[in-house]
Design a protein around this ligand. Structure first.
Ligand code: GLN
Length: 215
């Protein structure tokens, strides 16, 4: 059975969770629903993680998200979820929350799910927000992806095991991947371009197919 499934199919049936403590989780949810995902779950309590095949941590305010992660006792459950090699994608504030180190997040500590150092508001304040065309390796079609950067963090270093999927003209990395963890400092959920969400769903599909094969 397994080999006749397109890689897309399992992910459309998968349960995709979006951490819904603060930020633009509804925008992610709306894109996934438009793509045909049958089960999109707003993760508000640690136990909701037991039931999902992939997790998105949205943009918003990384200090608030980190504070709520602590207040709602999410840290250990998120760490366990990560250790099980589940696909996780952080966008903008979400990329800060999952980094190895985050300048400006103090007193909160990032979760260390991807070996990057990141600086909050690294391109300046709200007025310095910008939009630019990006080339993204790994996307199905190579046409430009509109990168929307809103008080975006700057990735200041990446570890050896991290693959850089896209850079700005000045070579700053803006989309990175380490195994099943993705981080983007821009907001694909604010476009109607589904390709980045597709890339994430492909990771979810692959994980599910590997699981079926292991059984
Ligand atoms: N500047 C915000 C932070 O540090 C991130 C902004 C965003 O997610 N658009 O959390």
């Amino acid at each position: 059975m397994v080999n006749i499934l397109s890689t897309n199919e399992p992910a459309l049936k998968a349960k995709i969770g979006i951490l819904a403590l603060q930020g633009d989780f509804q925008e992610h949810s709306s894109i996934l629903c438009s793509m045909g995902c049958s089960s999109v779950i707003e993760v508000r309590l640690p136990e909701h993680l037991n039931d999902i095949d992939g997790l998105i941590i949205p943009g918003g305010e990384s200090t608030t998200i980190s504070k709520l992660i602590e207040n709602y006792d999410f840290t250990t459950s998120l760490e366990d979820y990560y250790k099980e090699n589940n696909p996780i994608w952080g966008t903008c504030a979400g990329s800060i929350v999952i980094a190895k180190s985050a300048v400006g997040l103090e007193p909160w500590k990032p979760l260390n799910f991807i070996d990057i150092s990141i600086q909050r508001n690294g391109y300046g304040r709200q007025l310095d927000s910008f939009q630019t065309s990006l080339t993204i390796n790994k996307l199905t079609s190579k046409s430009a992806f509109e990168g929307i950067f809103i008080r975006a963090p700057k990735i200041i270093s990446v570890g050896k095991g991290v693959e850089i999927l896209s850079v700005l003209d000045n070579q700053d990395p803006v989309a990175v991947q380490q195994k099943n963890v993705l981080a983007t400092t821009f907001h694909p959920e604010l476009t109607r371009d589904f390709r980045f969400h597709q890339l994430f769903l492909d990771l979810v599909s692959k994980k599910l197919l590997d699981q079926i094969q292991d059984e």
